[in-house]
Design a protein around this ligand. Structure first.
Ligand SMILES: [Zn+2]
Length: 280
C-alpha cells in the first residue's frame, strides 16, 4: 500500500514538473522564464528582440529612442534591457499570454509580447506601431521598477493612464481625443479608476454594467486624461513624485493626498468639472 502511494506521488510530481517546464519554455510562464528558447534573437542597445524566421519584422529602428524617451518622460531608468517577444501567430500569443490583445507587458522582467496581428498591421502601415510599442514600453518601465509585492497593489488605472499619456494615443487608432472624453463625461459617462481591477482582482459589477460603444478605448483615453490633468494642474514634478512614491508604497489614497494636497475622491470630482467645462 505504502509503495503504491509512493509511486502515485512520484508520478504526480513528475507530471507537475513537466507541466511547469513546458509552460516556462513555451507557455504561460514564458514571460517570467529566466531563459527564452525557440526564437531568433536581435540585439539593440537597450532591447532584445525575439522573433521567428521567415516573417517581415515590424519597424524597430527607433526602439532605443522610444526607450530613452520613456526614461525621460517617467524620470526613471529601466533596470534591464527590454525583452520583446514577437509571436509568429495569434495562437502562439494566446498560448504565451492567455489573451489575444495586440500587445502586453508583464510584471517582473517587464517583457513585452507582441501579437502577429499588430506586426502585420505595422508592416502594412495600418496601425502606428511605434505608438503601441511606446505604450507597452511605459508599462515595462513601471513593471521593472516594482517589487513583486507592489505588482499586486500598483493602481492599474495609473499604469494604463501613464502608458496612454506618454505614447500620446489621444485621437489615434480608435482612442478618444481629450475633447471626445470631455463630451462623454458631460453626458454622465465616467469609468471610475477603482473599477479597473488590480492584477489578480476581478472587475467589479460596475465595470460590467458600464456600457458604451468602444468602451475600452474610452476607459484608456479617460485614464490618459487623468494623468494629463494631474500634470497640467499640479505640475510634472509633483506628478512624478506621486508616481515614484507609489512604486514603493501601496497606499494610493495617502500618497495622493500628500502629493497633491487633495483627496483622490475630491480630485476626481474636480477632474470631471474641469473636463466638462472644456466641452461646453
Ligand atoms: Zn496598457
Amino acid at each position: 500500500m505504502k509503495l503504491k502511494i509512493k509511486i502515485i506521488g512520484t508520478i504526480i510530481s513528475l507530471v507537475c514538473l513537466i507541466l511547469v517546464g513546458y509552460s516556462t519554455a513555451y507557455g504561460i510562464l514564458l514571460p517570467y522564464s529566466p531563459v527564452i528558447v525557440g526564437f531568433e534573437k536581435k540585439t539593440y542597445k537597450m532591447a532584445t528582440i525575439y522573433y521567428h524566421k521567415g516573417y517581415n519584422l515590424p519597424p524597430l529602428e527607433e526602439i532605443d529612442t522610444l526607450i530613452e524617451e520613456n526614461e525621460s518622460n517617467h524620470d526613471l531608468k529601466y533596470k534591464r534591457n527590454v525583452d520583446i517577444i514577437l509571436c509568429e501567430s495569434d495562437r502562439e500569443k494566446k498560448r504565451i499570454t492567455g489573451s489575444l490583445t495586440r500587445a502586453q507587458s508583464f510584471f517582473l522582467f517587464g517583457r513585452v509580447v507582441v501579437s502577429r496581428k499588430l506586426q502585420d498591421e505595422a508592416v502594412a502601415h495600418e496601425k502606428p506601431f511605434g505608438m503601441y510599442l511606446q505604450h507597452e514600453l511605459s508599462h515595462s518601465l513601471t513593471h521593472q521598477n516594482l517589487s513583486l509585492l507592489r505588482t499586486f497593489t500598483f493602481p492599474a488605472w495609473l499604469d494604463e493612464g501613464l502608458a496612454v499619456y506618454s505614447s500620446d494615443q489621444f485621437g489615434k487608432a480608435g482612442y478618444f481625443n481629450q475633447q471626445e472624453v470631455s463630451a462623454y463625461l458631460s453626458k454622465g459617462f465616467f469609468y471610475h479608476p477603482n473599477w479597473w481591477p488590480q492584477p489578480l482582482h476581478k472587475a467589479p459589477i460596475e465595470s460590467k454594467e458600464f456600457e458604451l460603444k468602444n468602451k475600452y478605448y474610452f476607459i484608456y483615453s479617460e485614464y490618459g486624461c487623468i494623468v494629463s490633468d494631474l500634470i497640467n494642474t499640479y505640475g510634472r514634478n509633483r506628478f512624478i513624485d506621486y508616481y515614484h512614491h507609489l512604486l514603493k508604497n501601496k497606499e494610493n489614497e495617502k500618497i495622493f493626498q500628500s502629493s497633491f494636497g487633495i483627496s483622490f475622491y475630491d480630485y476626481l470630482n474636480e477632474f470631471k468639472k474641469r473636463m466638462i467645462s472644456k466641452s461646453s
